[in-house]
Write a protein that binds this ligand. Structure first.
Ligand SMILES: NC(=O)c1ccc[n+]([C@@H]2O[C@H](COP(=O)([O-])OP(=O)(O)OC[C@H]3O[C@@H](n4cnc5c(N)ncnc54)[C@H](OP(=O)(O)O)[C@@H]3O)[C@@H](O)[C@H]2O)c1
Length: 336
């Protein structure tokens, strides 16, 4: 039986930052997160077990955000790091979503909000800097030039090393515009992107990935397993079953449990059998083989799930298998 230590994740170049990132990053969105039914998905003890497991497998890149679990994710990571050498880990966090109801200035990337929130998140993480600070979404209220100037100030202050854009496909041109402004002013540009990308969510193929390639931006996909859809635990016949966060989310069923997605899953099952792996491992391996992808962000609710997912790093797919999976749900914008 494979142990966590056997997994021994590799480092890969982190875009053009000069850093190396673990080939699979670890995402902590579900730490302290309450479901629509009021259950906590991952409590503090489980969170620390998951971080222990990721570290034992050689993982060194942790992804969080200031709103995850209302700040619990960052706090629990900070507590966990207390017994470790923080320098051995690369930590990314994010800011954007509104934190005070009725206060529009607590949303977005205006200077007041950004400066307040970077200090609050560093305090929770109990660190002097984050390696990457993402804008969690694009703020259309704050002029791009103003945002880039503010973010550059955080880099100059040493509170942030690199800037990231966690954005969706329609914002590709906005990231490009921001980087052109930064280039003209000698400010720090976005060097990391965090878009949604997996076998059944393919909207970034085309212009978004062209943009990241053109600017040498590292790409770290979120929801690499379609929030669990690509693990094989949902079927056409039974839909949502078993113990799963997705069963407590009103949006999951409509977005993922579609005929088109189940057709793509059939091809995933076929390739998984050929390479003697699980659907989850095969879906992650496909993503890791995609041109332009730097390191997917793996999520997991249990140590067993995390172990299964991290084992994907050892799976080799042939070009023919990669192509079959790619064609299982083609890019809707291809050729346009
Ligand atoms: N920038 C953004 O806007 C954004 C958005 C979303 C996520 N993220 C980041 O990306 C990370 C990963 O996203 P995600 O959680 O959506 O990733 P995901 O890998 O697509 O989904 C993870 C969920 O799928 C299920 N799962 C995972 N592995 C499994 C396995 N082997 N067998 C069975 N079920 C399994 C678990 O939920 P159940 O067991 O409950 O089904 C788990 O919580 C987050 O933690 C966060 O850091 C960023």
């Amino acid at each position: 039986m494979t142990t966590l230590e056997d997994i021994d994740l590799d480092f890969v170049p982190f875009g053009e930052t000069g850093l190396q990132t673990s080939e699979l990053q670890f995402g902590t969105w579900r730490f302290g997160k309450e479901t629509e039914q009021g259950n906590v998905e991952i409590d503090e003890e489980r969170a620390h077990e998951l971080l222990d497991a990721y570290e034992a497998a050689g993982g060194r890149f942790i992804d969080t955000a200031d709103v995850y679990g209302g700040g619990a994710s960052e706090r629990w990571i900070g507590d966990w790091l207390e017994d470790r050498d923080r320098e051995r880990f690369t930590i990314a966090s994010k800011i954007y979503w509104q934190i005070r109801s009725g206060d529009p200035n607590s949303l977005g990337t205006n200077r007041k909000n950004v400066r307040h929130r970077i200090d609050a998140l560093l305090d929770r993480l109990d660190t002097d800097y984050v390696d990457v600070l993402y804008i969690h979404r694009w703020d259309d209220e704050t002029p791009t030039r103003e945002m880039m100037k503010t973010l550059n100030g955080l880099v100059e202050d040493g509170k942030v090393h690199y800037l990231g854009a966690s954005t969706l496909r329609p914002n590709a041109w906005k990231v490009a515009k921001a980087n052109e402004i930064a280039r003209a002013e000698g400010w720090e540009p976005f060097t990391v992107a965090q878009p949604r990308y997996n076998l059944v969510d393919r909207e970034i193929e085309g212009d978004y990935l062209e943009m990241t390639r053109s600017y040498g931006i590292a790409v770290c996909p979120w929801s690499p397993l379609g929030q669990g859809f690509l693990t094989g635990k949902y079927t056409r016949e039974e839909g949502l079953t078993g113990e799963s966060r997705a069963a407590e989310s009103s949006r999951f069923e409509d977005s993922y449990l579609t005929e088109e997605n189940f057709d793509a899953h059939d091809e995933l099952d076929a390739v998984a059998e050929e390479v003697d792996a699980t659907p989850a491992q095969t879906a992650l391996a496909w993503l890791m083989h995609r041109d332009g992808v730097t390191a997917p962000i793996v999520g997991a609710r249990t140590v067993e799930q995390l172990t299964e997912n991290l084992e994907a790093a050892a799976i080799d797919l042939s070009d023919e298998q990669v192509d079959r999976l790619t064609e299982a749900k083609p890019d809707p914008y291809a050729g346009l």
